[in-house]
Design a protein around this ligand. Structure first.
Ligand code: CS2
Length: 397
C-alpha cells in the first residue's frame, strides 16, 4: 500500500533534503504544495516530477534522480483542495519547509495575531501555512504527524502552539492525536544556476552538497517513513542549537561581512583570513552555550563546517544567505549572545555590526532588501540614528 506525505513548500531545500531521504523509502510518495505560484508545479509536472539532484563536494559531482513526488497542489488556485488533503486519512505525515517568515511568529516565538495574512485567514481564509493547517486539521479524523523542517529552534512545538492559537481564535478544535515533533535539518543547498541545469541537462535540477543530516524527535502519531540515516531522538534541542548557532550563525556573519568585503560566494569568504577568523569566532562563542551532550563534539563539528564552507564546487551565493536577516539574526546570533550572559562576544557582535552595515549599504545603494521587514528597515535607515533604530527592530539592544 502506498503511504502519503503532504509537503508544504516545494523549494530547493526540500527537493535536496527530505525528497532525497524519501526517495529511499519504497512505498512512500509525496504530494507537494505551493502556496502562490503554479510555476514549479507546471515545470515539474511537465517532466513527470522527475528531477536531477546534483551533489557536489571537493571530490566531484554525483547525480541522483528524484522521483518520489508525484502530485502537486497550488493553494492560490484552489485553497479548499489543500484543506481536504490535510484532512485526508490517506496522508499520514505532513511536512513543511516554508522558511522562518512563513510561520508568521512574533519576536516571542508565538503566532503574530496582528499579521495581515493571519488576520485574513482568521476571517475565513486558509492561505497561510498555520491557517491552512488549523482549518484542515480541525476536519481530521485519524492520527497525523506535522513535521516542521525549517531552521527555527523548537520548530515543532512552535508550530503546534501557533496552530493551537489560530484554532482558539477561530473557534476550531484540533483533534488530540496530531503530533508536532521538532527536528533539525541540514544540507547546504544553493539556488539553481544555468550552469547546473546545463551540467545535469535538466531545467529542474537542484544543486546540493554531499553532507546531509536530519535529527528528528521520535514522537509520530501514525506511521512514519524509515528515512535512512535519520537520527531518531527524544529531544532535538541540543542538536538544533549546535546547528543553528554554529552553522547558520557563521553563515549569516559570512553573508553580511563577506558581501561588504566584496566576496560573492561562501567558499571565497571563508578563504579570506579576516572572515575565516570571524566565522571560527562565532562557532567558538556559540559552542560555550551548547548543552554538555553536544559541547564535546563542538570542535570537530566546527572543523567539519569550515571544510563544508570551503566546498569549491558548490558556488553558494552570500546574498542568498543574506536574505530575511531580520528573521534570522535573532535566532542565529542574538539568542547565542543572550545565553553568553554578559561574557564578551566579539565575534557575535561583529555579526550584528556586519548586518547593520549591510542593511545601510543596501539602502544607500538604492537596492530593495529581500526581507519581510523591508519597509521598516528602510525607514530605520532614514532616521538620525539608523543603527539604534535597526537594533530596536530586531531586538538587539
Ligand atoms: C543558510 C541555510 O540561507 C541560509 O540562511 O544559512 O539555508 C543553510 O545553508 C542551511 O540551513 C544548511 O542546512
Amino acid at each position: 500500500m502506498t503511504q502519503r506525505i503532504l509537503h508544504l513548500g516545494v523549494g530547493n531545500f526540500f527537493r535536496a533534503h527530505h525528497a532525497w531521504y524519501t526517495q529511499s523509502c519504497p512505498g512512500w510518495r509525496i504530494t507537494g504544495v505551493s502556496f502562490r505560484s503554479p510555476d514549479i508545479r507546471d515545470r515539474l509536472s511537465a517532466r513527470g516530477y522527475n528531477y536531477a539532484l546534483v551533489i557536489k563536494d571537493a571530490a566531484g559531482t554525483q547525480i541522483n534522480r528524484i522521483t518520489c513526488m508525484d502530485r502537486m497542489l497550488v493553494v492560490a488556485e484552489n485553497p479548499g483542495a489543500l484543506l481536504a488533503e490535510i484532512a485526508d486519512a490517506a496522508i499520514s505525515v505532513i511536512t513543511l519547509t516554508v522558511t522562518e517568515k512563513g510561520y508568521r511568529l512574533g519576536p516571542d516565538g508565538t503566532l503574530d495575531m496582528s499579521d495581515r495574512a493571519i488576520q485574513d485567514d482568521l476571517r475565513g481564509g486558509a492561505v497561510t501555512p498555520v491557517g491552512a493547517l488549523a482549518r484542515g486539521l480541525a476536519m481530521r479524523r485519524t492520527p497525523v504527524t506535522v513535521l516542521s523542517c525549517d531552521n527555527l529552534p523548537d520548530n515543532g512545538r512552535k508550530l503546534g502552539q501557533a496552530v493551537a492559537a489560530f484554532a482558539d481564535a477561530a473557534s476550531l478544535t484540533i483533534p488530540p492525536d496530531v503530533a508536532f515533533p521538532s527536528c533539525m535539518v541540514d544540507r547546504i543547498t544553493p539556488a539553481t544556476t544555468d550552469d547546473i541545469r546545463a551540467e545535469a541537462q535538466d531545467p529542474m535540477a537542484v544543486p546540493t552538497e554531499a553532507f546531509t543530516e536530519w535529527v528528528i524527535e521520535d514522537e509520530f502519531a501514525g506511521p512514519r517513513p524509515n528515512w535512512p540515516g535519520v537520527q531518531w531522538v527524544q529531544n532535538v534541542a541540543p542538536h538544533e542549537m549546535r546547528k543553528l548557532r554554529m552553522l547558520n550563525g557563521a553563515h549569516s556573519y559570512l553573508a553580511y561581512a563577506g558581501t561588504l568585503r566584496g566576496h560573492e560566494f561562501v567558499h571565497e569568504a571563508i578563504a579570506d583570513p579576516v572572515l575565516r577568523a570571524g566565522a571560527r569566532g562565532i562557532m567558538a562563542e556559540a559552542a560555550t552555550t551548547l548543552p554538555e551532550q553536544v559541547q564535546t563534539q563542538a570542535a570537530d563539528y566546527a572543523d567539519a563546517l569550515i571544510t563544508r564552507f570551503e566546498n569549491p564546487n558548490l558556488n553558494h551565493r552570500l546574498r542568498q544567505i543574506a536574505m530575511d536577516g531580520s528573521q534570522k539574526l535573532p535566532i542565529r546570533i542574538l539568542a547565542t549572545m543572550a545565553d553568553r550572559k554578559g561574557q564578551a562576544s566579539p565575534a557575535l557582535n561583529a555579526a550584528v555590526d556586519a548586518w547593520l552595515h549591510f542593511v545601510q549599504a543596501e539602502v544607500a545603494a538604492g537596492r530593495q532588501l529581500d526581507d519581510p521587514m523591508v519597509d521598516a528597515l528602510a525607514s530605520a535607515c532614514a532616521t538620525d540614528d539608523p543603527e539604534t533604530a535597526l537594533r530596536v527592530l530586531i531586538g538587539a539592544n
